[in-house]
Design a binder for this molecule. Structure first.
Ligand SMILES: Cc1ncc(COP(=O)(O)O)c(C=O)c1O
Length: 391
């Protein structure tokens, strides 16, 4: 009986996805805080600022009005229209609102996109270092993530040559890129993005562009894949620029033939995206002035770290183009950045993420700092780290 029950509840192989090592860092930080220590949190990739006041006010009004029912599976029409308008205003391109799909954060967008584009067994290229859930969601859905190692030589991006070489080895069905990227904070230039899209689509490789960090660009303007192809699938979110991580709302711009399949998938998987979050998201676009002020704060934080970390000895830093991440090599201090992050947390109370979460191959040489907090905290972090490394 016990044996039978054990067999019944055996977790599936597909659920065996790796956990985040950063969770260990967070748990250690929580223990320090429980003892009364003051931890500077640079490990979690989320804004410290709240959602725009316009979004909060719209949500409050909707709550006060009473009933919140299901919505259309593709999202409420005013939000889809507002997102399409955003492409005209921000990039100068026309997007048909019919191609806009509202999702439960970009995380649900990945599931919908992968299900709509790929069969089980399909092979999808992703960059290393990269956001781990790309690989883990693909694997959980029975697809094969194909990691392409990027280096300084290609500005930490997949190039057409790298993509085509992998494709020739064994045929690829898709490629997913992010610009600005997590954990590196690096961006692809507009020509680099266009050339990669052309190379992929020339070989029938579906192109997915994670544009969740758009709006948070410092080095040069982030380019949308939507400008270069109607066949590319764009994934975005209100989590980062709009500071709405917990609202769980995002969007996709999808190729026209995928609209109806994704509508059917979302209808079955989730019915619809939380109504309150959709109403708030539509109003978030009116809060851009507030969000630009938050972005200026990140720019200031970026400057503090770029001025302060190299004199402290952390001077091998990837181009800090966008998002709110700084990815640095720390191998001169330690041959395992997980140990480095642990010791830094214990001895300076600054929490950062070891690179191994993002790159099982070279991640143990790198560490990621998130600079979405307050400027005073960044100054304090630089001081603490400087004093620690000079000991
Ligand atoms: C590159 C990237 N894509 C997607 C996500 C998921 O964000 P959300 O589901 O909140 O939209 C994150 C979160 O950190 C991320 O860094």
């Amino acid at each position: 009986m016990l044996h039978a029950a054990r067999r019944l509840i055996a977790p599936s192989a597909r659920s065996d996805v790796p956990p985040f090592m950063v969770m260990d860092v967070m748990a250690a930080a929580a223990r320090i805080e429980a003892r009364g220590g003051k931890v500077i949190h640079m490990e979690v990739g989320q804004p410290a600022a709240p959602a725009p006041a316009t979004a909060v006010a719209a949500a409050q009004a909707a709550l006060a009005s009473g009933r919140l029912g299901y919505t259309e599976s593709l999202g409420i029409p005013p939000l889809r229209a507002r997102i399409a308008r955003h492409y005209r205003e921000s990039y100068g391109i026309a997007i048909d609102p019919a191609r806009v799909v509202v999702t439960t954060g970009s995380s649900a967008g990945f599931i919908l996109a992968f299900l709509a584009l790929f069969e089980a067994g399909d092979r999808v290229a992703v960059a290393l270092p990269g956001y781990p859930p790309y690989r883990h969601i693909l694997a959980a859905l029975g697809c094969e993530p194909v990691a392409i190692e990027t280096t300084q030589a290609t500005r930490w991006a997949i190039t057409p040559d790298m993509l085509l070489a992998a494709h020739r080895k064994k045929s690829l069905n898709g490629v997913l890129i992010a610009s600005p990227a997590n954990p590196t904070g690096t961006m692809m230039t507009a020509p680099a993005l266009r050339e990669l899209i052309e190379a992929a689509e020339g070989e029938g490789i579906a192109f997915i562009s994670d544009e969740i960090y758009h709006g948070l660009d410092y080095a040069f303007p982030a380019e949308t894949a939507a400008r270069h192809s109607d066949s590319a699938l764009i994934i975005n979110s209100f989590s980062k620029y709009f500071c709405m991580t917990g609202w769980r709302v995002g969007w996709m711009v999808v190729p026209e033939p995928l609209v109806r399949p994704i509508e059917r998938l979302q209808g079955n998987l989730a019915v619809s995206v939380p109504t309150l979050s959709q109403i708030a998201a539509a109003a978030a676009f009116d809060g851009r002035a507030e969000m630009e002020a938050v972005k200026h704060g990140y720019e200031e934080n970026r400057r503090i770290l770029l001025d302060g970390l190299p004199p402290a000895g952390i001077d091998k830093i990837l181009p800090v183009d966008g998002a709110f991440y700084l990815y640095a090599e720390v191998s001169r201090f330690c041959d395992d950045s997980f140990e480095f992050a642990k010791r830094m947390l214990e001895e300076t109370h600054v929490a950062a993420t070891p690179g191994v979460d993002f790159d099982p191959v070279h991640g143990r040489q790198f560490i990621r700092f998130c600079y979405a907090g307050a400027a005073a905290e960044m100054r304090e972090a630089v001081e603490r780290i400087g004093a620690w490394l000079k000991r």
